[in-house]
Design a protein around this ligand. Structure first.
Ligand SMILES: C[S@@+](CC[C@H](N)C(=O)[O-])C[C@H]1O[C@@H](n2cnc3c(N)ncnc32)[C@H](O)[C@@H]1O
Length: 325
């Protein structure tokens, strides 16, 4: 029924928040040990058993859990909410500052301004810079994208690269995946100084081949890489800011070097990129882009767009080269 379809849309935020809370309290990890009931789970998690029973019922209806008798197990989708998988991302999406920004969506739609700055008085990356706990939660959420990180060295061969520079590389989880698969390649993790100060853990096993550099990509980026990564960066910024980042990279790249851009690509009927596009409008003032828009940004910076490859989670990998002549 069409009314039920509409109600499902209207209550979608509640289901998302319930899912986020389940991840925050560690429910998916508690269920990894095997089937359990509300009473046992509530004791282990230190939460109210009757409230948990109601949360379990909703998560079951949403397809994240299965109930057999009184015992619950994770479905295949529910298992993705464990801490080593998408759990930190689920927790981040339900965080107070994400929710408060979305609550101000009307401000964004009315004015075209980012809601986050309207609510908190400062852009989101400046807000995170002074708050190690929030920044840790944000970086853990970003690093939880390992589903697609692991695929990057499958779809692009880095073994011939002397050096890979990950611009805005966060914790270095993606760079670590690449360096593990390219044993003779060196890596440079570049991000704002606060993030670099706490990065490194993800890169422990490749630390001898990786250099951590703090800086500002709007000023300059490290030179001399023969592959540059920009993973989920361009969507944070407007076209002029993207032009500055890409110009700085093009200036740092030796001739023949490659740039790899990872983004969601907007298309006419795709819900996920459209949802993330609004999320960017609310949180950062950036946007998700169509393929022609991304290619135009690359061309404007003097780069030549090359291949496009699909990645998990609805992401795409675009390559561009700095021509040799
Ligand atoms: C959406 S996260 C993406 C992180 C990572 N590339 C990934 O795909 O998981 C954006 C990253 O850009 C970094 N960043 C923001 N402003 C920056 C700047 N001015 N210079 C360098 N990095 C910056 C943030 O600290 C954050 O790590």
């Amino acid at each position: 029924m069409i009314e039920n379809d509409l109600l499902r849309i209207l209550t979608g935020g509640w289901v998302a928040q319930a899912t986020s809370v389940a991840a925050k309290i560690g429910l998916p990890d508690a269920l990894s040990a095997g089937p359990s009931n509300a009473a046992a789970l509530s004791r282990g998690l230190g939460v109210d058993s009757r409230a948990l029973a109601r949360l379990l019922r909703l998560l079951t209806a949403a397809g994240l859990l299965e109930e057999n008798g009184e015992a619950y197990t994770l479905t295949e989708m529910g298992a993705l909410l464990r801490r080593e998988n998408l759990g930190p991302l689920a927790a981040l999406y339900g965080s107070d500052y994400f929710m408060a920004s979305w609550a101000a969506l009307e401000h964004s739609v009315t004015t075209g301004e980012q809601a986050f700055t309207h609510v908190y008085g400062t852009p989101v990356f400046d807000f995170l810079a002074g708050r190690p706990d929030r920044s840790g939660e944000f970086n853990a959420g970003m690093a939880a994208g390992t589903l697609f990180f692991r695929r990057v060295p499958d779809v692009h061969d880095f073994t011939g690269a002397r050096s890979v520079v990950d611009v805005g590389g966060g914790t270095g989880a993606l760079l670590a995946e690449i360096l593990r698969r390219a044993p003779h390649t060196r890596g440079v993790l570049f991000d704002v100084p606060d993030v670099i100060a706490t990065a490194g853990h993800a890169l422990e096993d490749v630390a001898d081949r990786c250099h951590l550099v703090g800086g500002d990509m709007f000023a300059s980026v490290p030179g001399d890489g023969d592959a540059y990564l920009l993973s989920r960066i361009l969507h944070d910024w407007d076209d002029e800011q993207c032009a500055t980042i890409l110009r700085n990279i093009a200036q740092a790249m030796p001739r023949g070097a490659k740039l790899l851009v990872i983004e969601r690509v907007v298309s006419a009927d795709a819900l996920l990129p459209a949802a993330f596009d609004l999320h960017m409008m609310v949180m950062t003032g950036g946007r998700e882009r169509t393929l022609p828009e991304l290619r135009a940004l690359l061309t404007r910076a003097g780069l030549t767009p090359a291949s496009v490859t699909d990645l998990p989670l609805g992401l795409r990998l675009l390559t561009a080269v700095l021509e040799t002549s």
